[in-house]
Design a protein around this ligand. Structure first.
Ligand SMILES: [Zn+2]
Length: 235
């Protein structure tokens, strides 16, 4: 078990330190609007369940999560990295501060899972990526949202993957303890509060170049995004 714990630490955004966090005043409640792509095999109730779990985590920081728009889609590409690449084309707007793409499960995935579990058993390297956020603007990420194999569930769950990627979407890098992340979230909220631009997005500082993003125009220009996101359900 210790071995597994060690392995999963490689990709952690840190263990909580309740004492440190409780001593920080995160200020008034601010809204984080997320637009969600979900694949066919993930139904609305599963999307709602994931939203609930992530919302509970964000409530620790007085951040109110809203899945403003969701859209059911066919898989953009086989590999997660290619899906993430495709997401760059979608424009942020005041209703979409961030994009999350929920990956379902196909027969092709199951084959790849068996293959990567085999590799894991032999050489101890985990090929499978459960989730990722691009680090250039930290505004879009992918999350594998359907697991079944025991080994997958031992490592992680869709909710914990989403919560993990959620920290990246707020600008937190990987770390062992969350102390630094708490400071980043506090700074993010402070800068977000004073941001009065008409096309504002929930402020974020990228983990790669520490570039600051305040508006959808700025992010859309950065990525050269041209596609509008049109949800098939709005709330
Ligand atoms: Zn990560």
């Amino acid at each position: 078990m210790l071995f597994f714990l060690f392995l999963s630490n490689c990709t952690t955004v840190g263990f909580h330190d309740d004492k440190v966090r409780n001593a920080i005043d995160f200020g008034e409640v601010q809204d984080l609007n997320v637009c969600v792509f979900h694949e066919n095999s993930i139904d609305k109730s599963e999307v709602a369940e994931l939203e609930r779990d992530w919302a509970e985590e964000l409530a620790l920081y007085n951040i109110k999560l809203n899945f403003k728009n969701t859209k059911k889609v066919e898989r953009f590409a086989f590999f997660g990295t290619d899906v993430l690449e495709e997401l760059r084309h979608y424009k942020l707007n005041p209703e979409c501060d961030r994009f999350v793409y929920m990956i379902g499960r196909t027969w092709g995935d199951i084959g790849f899972e068996v293959f990567s579990l085999g590799v894991f058993a032999i050489v101890g390297v985990k090929l499978e990526i459960h989730g990722a956020v691009e680090a250039s603007s930290n505004t879009r990420g992918i999350v594998k949202s359907k697991y079944t194999s025991l080994l997958q569930l031992l490592f992680t769950s869709p909710s914990s993957t989403l919560i993990h990627e959620g920290y990246h979407l707020l600008g937190c890098p990987h770390m062992l303890f969350k102390d630094e992340c708490y400071k980043i979230i506090l700074e993010t909220k402070t800068k977000n509060l004073i941001n009065k631009r008409k096309d504002k997005i929930f402020y974020v500082r990228s983990t790669r170049n520490k570039e600051e993003f305040y508006s959808s125009e700025q992010v859309n220009f950065f990525w050269g995004s041209k596609k509008d996101f049109k949800g098939d359900n709005t709330q």
